[in-house]
Design a protein around this ligand. Sequence first.
Ligand code: ADP
Length: 409
Amino acid sequence: MPCGYLSFGDDGIILAANATLLRLLGREGESLVGQHFESILTLPAKIFYQTHFFPLLKMSGTVEEVYLALKTASRDDLPVLINAVRREMEGFFVNECVVVAMRRRSLYEDEILRAKKDLEAANLEKEEANLSLGVAKLALEQKKDELQHRNCELEELREMLELRVEQRTGSLVRANADLESFCYAVAHDLRAPLRGIISTSTILKEQIAAEISEEQLALLERQAFNGRKLADLIDDLLVFARLGHDAIIPADVNISQLTTEIIGRLEIPSTRVKPTFSVQPGMRAVGDKALLRIVLQNLIENAAKYSPEGGEIHIGSTSAGGQTTYFVRDHGIGFDMAYATKIFMPFQRLHRDSEFEGSGVGLATATRIVERHGGKVWAESVVGEGSSFYFTLPDEPTPTTLPNSFPPG
Ligand code: ADP
């Protein structure tokens, strides 16, 4: 039978016990017959048997699903479920019990209990986590509010700053325009009296040349020379000042052709051996032709001026990342790279007038034009080996109004 069986008389003496029960008790091969039923009960089971189990069985003739603990051979508790009936056989009462071991069930119950406890603990943890999540969410909301508030403040500050920058820029642009007009007017007004001085000294020289000494004649010549130099300087200044105002008229410009034209008209003193020019063919750019002519002219004139007699000058272009860079390269005297930025400022000259004549405005003018087109100008040089002057032009010029670039004072 898959369950234990046991019968005992009203005196508690076991009448029969099957093999399954003996195996459950660890007493295979033994016999329980003749022993008292209480001998295989644990102490609490014994008490329960005496006070409830047996009186109930006696009274109602049947007991169902009674939970008891039997004592095994190794003195361990064996939880069992017992159903019992009481039958009368020939004037003698026999109590028959079916015994089902509950060891696994109690194990399961333990496990279920443990799982239940774990679940409760997990739920508790979840609740706590939810709670702290709630607190964190609240803090986050507060932080968000704070941040929004700060952003509003920053936005106000930014608007205020923008307004201030706009006002300052406005007054700077006005001041700059005033300064340029002033510069233009002064330069323009200086021209007439200067021309007067030059012609006076020229006439004077012609009229009294025979009567005065060579030294006095040289002084008059020097006066006319300086006057002419000043006039050239004023002319350069006027061109430079006008560049801030004149509109850029963009067009497709054949740079190679323009360069060749400029070289053809280049004024080189007849006493000097002309430099050799090489011009890369097919160079084109978008820009204001008249202004680009001034840029190239200044760079080419410089290359010729600062090259030895018969020196080689190359005008070409390179392309990288969709950007064309034009260059004018000479093998002349070069300059110290420490002054590579300074020479692009007006009136900044690295060579004395006695060595090389000039006004110091050429590169500043070229820079102003290229920057107004939205491009860049720079130079590389090695003293005694030569210089390369580079400039870029965007595909579509973005005309800009430039700030005044006259050095202070
Ligand atoms: P300048 O009329 O004096 O040539 P620029 O503005 O054209 O005025 O040039 C400023 C200075 O930069 C020159 O005085 C010269 O010292 C230097 N410079 C310009 N171009 C060259 C060059 N190709 N080689 C060496 N130095 C140069």
